[in-house]
Design a protein around this ligand. Structure first.
Ligand code: SF4
Length: 473
C-alpha cells in the first residue's frame, strides 16, 4: 500500500480484474442487515439528530471536555499521554512497553494503531505484537493491511483463510486443512488463548472517551478486547480527541446507532467500559491504564470546512453503501481509511498532495451521506477537497483547461446555449442509429466500462424553456 495518488488508478484496475477479490466483496451483506435493523427502530432519525448535536457540542467545546476528561481519568489512576504526531504516539507506547520489559503485546482492533503503524514499530524494537480480533489476526498472518474499518479481512474468501491457517499454524502442530469457518475460528481461538495469557501489555482502540468519568469504551463481537485489556500488566488505549462525549448517557445514545449502522446488530456482543487500572478490591484488570490521545492534524480541522468529519464514529456504513468501494474493495484506496469517510479524512492527515485521487474517487451519488448515522455531509466535503486540489494547482492540466473553457462559456449564456445545442445535435446524429455510444473520443474512460446513451436532440435548457411555454431560448 502506498499513500500516493498515482497508485490509486493502478490499484483500482488490479482490483477490478481480481476475480477472487470480486467474489469476496460481492458477498458483503451489511446493507440489508442495516436496513432491517433500522426498520425496527422508529426513532432512528431522532437519534441521529441527537447524536449529531452531542458531537457538535463537544467539538465546539473540545478544550473544556479534554481537560475534564484528563482530570477525571487521572483521579482514577489513569495516565493520559498527549501526542501531536504518530511518532510521539509510537514513542509513548514503546516507552511503556520498555519500562515493563514487555516481550509480547496483544492488540484489539484499533484504526489509530494502523494510522501510526504501531505493529511495525514494536517489531522493529524487538516486541511481538499479536492481533486478537479474528479479521486482524488473519491479515497479520498474511502481512496485509485491513481493507475495511470494521471488517478488516472482508476482501478474503474462506479458501484463502484456510490456506493461510494451514501455512501459518504448522508451527503449532496444526497440519489439517480446515474447510469450515467454525473449525478455523476454533483453531484461531486455541492459538490466541496462549497469547492472551503470555502478553505483557494489551493495546486497544476506543469508540468513546467519556469526560464525566474518565472512561474509555470499546465495542467488539468476539470478546478479544476484554481479554486484551484485562489480562496483561498494562492496558494502553489508542484514541483521538474527537472520541470524546460528555456523559455516559451521551455514549449510550450514540451506541444505539453504532452497531445498527455498522453490522445491523442492535448492539455489538460486547460493550466494555474501562475506568482506570485495577483497584485493590478488584479481582482482575490491568495494573496500569494509559490513554494515548493522538491529534495528527484533527484539531486543525475544527472551524474548517472539514470539521464535520470529526463526528465520525467509524461505523463503516458509508463504506458499505459506496458503489466505488463495492467495486474495488479497500486496499485500492492506498491508505488506512477506505471509502467515503477515508476519502475525506485521509487528505486531512497525509495531505491533499498525496491523496488527491481519493476525493475524486466518488460518483457523488450521495448514498454515503444518506446512511451516515452522524449526518456527515461527505459529498460536500469531497467537493471541498477537489476545490483545494484545484486551488493548489494539483488538478491535471487537461481538466483545468476543460474547466476554464466551461467557465468562459458559462459566463456567456447565449454562446453557451448555442454551443450545447450544436454539441447535442451532433452527438444525437452520430449516435442515433444505435441509440448509444460504445466509444467516444475524449470519453473513452467512461465508455470502456459502461454504455453512454446518445442524446435525443434538444438540450435541457431548450426542453425547460419549451415547457415554460417560451419556445427555444
Ligand atoms: S462517515 Fe458516517 S457512515 Fe461513514 S464511518 Fe463515519 S459515521 Fe459511519
Amino acid at each position: 500500500m502506498q499513500p500516493t495518488s498515482n497508485a490509486f488508478k493502478e490499484n483500482a484496475h488490479l482490483a477490478l480484474n481480481d476475480a477472487t477479490l470480486q467474489r469476496a466483496i460481492s458477498k458483503l451483506g451489511f446493507q440489508a442487515a442495516r436496513a432491517a435493523a433500522i426498520a425496527r427502530l422508529p426513532e432512528f432519525d431522532k437519534l441521529r439528530e441527537q447524536a449529531r448535536a452531542i458531537k457538535d457540542h463537544v467539538l465546539a467545546n473540545l478544550d473544556l471536555y479534554l481537560e475534564r476528561y484528563e482530570a477525571e481519568a487521572q483521579k482514577r489512576g489513569t495516565e493520559v499521554h498527549w501526542c501531536r504526531t504518530p511518532q510521539e504516539a509510537r514513542d509513548a507506547v514503546l516507552a511503556i512497553c520498555r519500562r515493563l520489559g514487555a516481550k509480547t503485546v496483544t492488540k484489539g482492533k484499533t484504526m489509530i494503531g494502523e494510522e501510526i503503524a504501531i505493529n511495525d514499530y514494536l517489531e522493529e524494537n524487538g516486541i511481538v505484537p499479536v492481533e486478537t480480533d479474528l479479521g486482524e489476526y488473519i491479515i497479520q498472518l498474511r502481512h496485509e493491511p485491513p481493507s475495511h474499518i470494521i471488517a478488516p479481512a472482508i476482501h478474503l474468501t474462506k479458501d484463502q483463510v484456510s490456506d493461510t491457517f494451514l501455512t501459518s499454524h504448522r508451527q503449532y502442530g496444526k497440519t489439517r486443512r480446515l474447510e469450515e469457518a467454525a473449525e478455523m475460528l476454533a483453531e484461531a481461538r486455541e492459538i490466541l488463548r496462549a497469547k492472551f495469557i503470555a502478553a505483557d501489555v494489551g493495546i486497544t482502540g476506543a469508540n468513546f472517551l467519556i469526560a464525566e468519568t474518565g472512561s474509555s469504551v470499546i465495542v467488539t463481537n468476539e470478546g478479544n478486547g476484554d481479554l486484551t485489556q484485562t489480562l496483561p500488566k498494562a492496558h494502553i488505549v489508542l484514541a483521538t480527541p474527537e472520541k470524546l462525549v460528555p456523559t455516559l448517557e451521551d455514549a449510550t445514545t450514540i451506541l444505539r446507532l453504532l452497531a445498527r449502522s455498522a453490522t445491523g446488530q442492535e448492539m455489538s456482543v460486547y460493550t466494555t467500559f474501562s475506568t482506570g487500572p485495577r483497584r485493590t478490591a478488584d479481582r482482575d484488570g490491568p495494573g496500569e491504564y494509559h490513554v494515548v490521545i493522538l491529534d495528527n492534524g484533527r484539531t486543525a480541522l475544527i472551524g474548517s470546512e472539514f470539521q464535520d468529519i470529526l463526528r465520525c464514529i467509524k461505523c463503516g456504513a458509508c463504506i458499505n453503501h459506496c458503489p466505488v468501494y463495492n467495486a474495488i474493495g479497500g486496499h485500492a484506496y492506498g491508505w488506512v481509511y477506505p471509502g467515503p469517510m477515508g476519502s475525506v479524512l485521509t487528505p486531512a492527515i497525509i495531505g491533499i498532495e498525496a491523496a488527491g485521487h481519493l476525493p475524486n474517487a466518488s460518483t457523488f451519488c450521495g448514498r454515503c451521506e444518506s446512511v451516515c448515522p452522524m449526518k456527515i455531509p461527505l459529498p460536500k466535503m469531497l467537493r471541498h477537497w477537489r476545490e483545494k486540489e484545484f486551488e493548489k494547482g494539483l488538478t491535471p492540466q487537461r481538466f483545468r483547461l476543460g474547466l476554464k473553457l466551461w467557465a468562459w462559456l458559462a459566463r456567456r449564456p447565449r454562446l453557451y446555449r448555442l454551443a450545447t445545442r450544436l454539441g447535442m445535435g451532433m452527438l444525437g446524429l452520430a449516435g442515433r442509429s444505435k441509440g448509444r455510444f460504445r466509444t467516444l473520443p475524449l470519453a473513452r474512460g467512461w465508455t470502456e466500462g459502461r454504455d453512454l446513451p446518445s442524446p435525443e436532440g434538444p438540450t435541457f435548457h431548450s426542453l425547460w424553456a419549451a415547457q415554460q411555454g417560451r419556445g427555444r431560448p
